[in-house]
Design a binder for this molecule. Structure first.
Ligand code: G6P
Ligand code: MN
Length: 445
């Protein structure tokens, strides 16, 4: 089996490689190819992977290339996490709306729309290259905004494109821990779109266990989403939202917290990542140590603005062998070994989530085996969540249309219909701000 990692010079690639080290044999993995457009970044990450293999004593040969056709030729699975416009682009995505008093965030709000406008054409080109070079391959996509990107590339790859995010499984893991339960004994009724989902139920052998957790303020204070949203609001919803919903429910507070912070997230990351990549040429052990330190600082400050808005002085808890890399492995294992595990993935709705058409990409629990994900029926969902999902799906589709056609009208429609953008005039001003600073968006002038 051949696995290609597109965005192979990306910062999270060592997590994936580390997880693969222990599983390569069982998965029948023979070749790992890292592709990136930037040879220096590939070399830097390659040294970290060598450091990991030395430390763990595992052996999983990999090679690096800047030739996409070579990377894709005859591959079986493609993991993809690319950042079109790099972190410099993310800084602009966040700064432009913030200057107008609107949320500036990687994936939620105008930032996610702008990020998608740059990313979708590149991802569709990747999907077309896959269709030509490796027609049977599956795309396991981490590229953000993952929901929109997955829906756009499904036009080319059909349901062989799967979108993955670590936030729903992270929520389920934290809820299981707050309940003092093994998460494998529980069923999680999660539904929504990427970065816009809710956990509406948790069941064990004897029935529903979520109401008990929601009634227990001490248990709620023990995990991140509990502290973010607060017991009173969680009991009102009778669900636990994905952490990204903080930006919807507490929009004004987050904007204020970001404006008060030393730097928005993108600007902070640009600086710390630039320092890591600039120190290229280090031997493997040193490259690994530098990566670990940078990763630690990145993860402990994850969602810091939301926590600060919520008055939570804590840090994000760093978990090993969980999160990002665990999700990537779970999908690969489920498919290769046909385990038929239930994973929360971005996949075509079929008839899972009521109120959306069959082709809409949704984020729902799916049974995963050789044939890919099979979404489970979600059942009834509260009206306000269904309405927000429907509105955001419309925004996503306007964004995809704009990205693929270069239509300014579609881009304005996407921004103006976003619930966090307060007026059409503001939407136009945001688009103009993006166009001015991002050459890639010249079509939208
Ligand atoms: C989580 C989300 C990803 C997102 C990342 C941002 O893992 O699920 O979709 O890209 O956080 O983290 P960052 O460190 O870049 O702010
Ligand atoms: Mn995500």
């Amino acid at each position: 089996m051949k696995l290609t990692i597109v965005g192979g010079g990306g910062f999270r690639v060592p997590l994936v490689y580390g997880a693969l080290l222990g599983k390569a044999e069982r998965l029948g993995l023979e070749e790992v190819v890292l592709h990136d457009v930037d040879a220096d970044r590939l070399a830097r990450i390659g040294a970290v992977l060598d450091g990991l293999a030395e430390e763990r004593g595992g052996r999983l040969p990999f090679r690096s290339t800047t030739d996409l056709d070579d990377a894709l030729e005859g591959t079986d699975y493609v993991f993809c996490a690319i950042r079109s416009g790099r972190l410099e682009g993310r800084v602009v995505d966040e700064q432009v709306p913030l200057a107008l008093g609107v949320l500036g965030q990687e994936t939620t709000g105008p930032g996610g729309i702008c990020f998608a406008l740059r990313t979708i054409p590149e991802m569709v080109a990747l999907a077309e290259a896959m269709a030509a070079r490796a027609p049977g391959a599956w795309l396991i996509n981490f590229t953000n905004p993952a929901g929109m990107v997955t829906e756009a590339v499904q036009e080319v790859l059909g349901e062989r494109a799967i979108g993955v995010c670590d936030s729903p499984s992270g929520l389920c893991r934290r809820v299981a821990r707050a309940l003092g339960r093994d998460r494998h004994e529980l069923a999680f009724d999660y539904f929504g779109l990427n970065h816009l989902g809710w956990l509406k139920g948790v069941r064990d052998h004897d029935g529903e266990v979520l109401p008990g957790l929601l009634a227990d303020d001490a248990a709620l204070a023990g995990f991140e989403e509990g502290r973010l949203f607060g017991g009173e609001w969680l009991r009102t919803l009778a669900m636990v939202p994905n952490e990204y919903l903080y930006f919807f429910y507490y929009g004004r507070e987050t904007v204020a917290a970001i404006r008060e912070s030393a730097a928005p997230r993108g600007a902070f990351l640009l600086e710390q990542q630039a320092a890591f990549y600039a120190a290229g040429g280090q031997p493997p052990a040193e490259a690994l140590a530098a990566w670990q330190a940078t990763r630690h600082d990145r993860e402990r400050t994850y969602m810091a603005e939301a926590r600060s808005a919520a008055g939570d002085a804590g840090e994000h808890e760093i978990e090993e062998n969980a999160g990002y890399e665990a999700e990537a492995m779970a999908v690969l294992e489920a498919m290769v070994l046909n385990t038929r595990s239930v994973l929360i993935l971005n996949t075509a709705n079929r008839s899972s989530l009521p109120g959306l058409d069959a082709r809409a990409v949704v984020e729902v629990p799916s049974v995963v085996g050789r044939a890919g994900p099979q979404p489970l029926a979600v059942g009834e969902v509260p009206a306000h969540a269904a309405a927000l999902v429907a509105q955001m799906k419309d925004v996503e589709r306007a964004t995809i249309e704009a990205a693929l056609t270069g239509s300014r009208a579609a881009a304005v429609r996407a921004l103006a219909l976003h619930p966090l953008v307060p007026s059409v005039t503001t939407a136009r001003a945001i688009l103009d701000g993006y166009v001015e600073r991002l050459p890639a968006l010249a079509a939208f002038r």
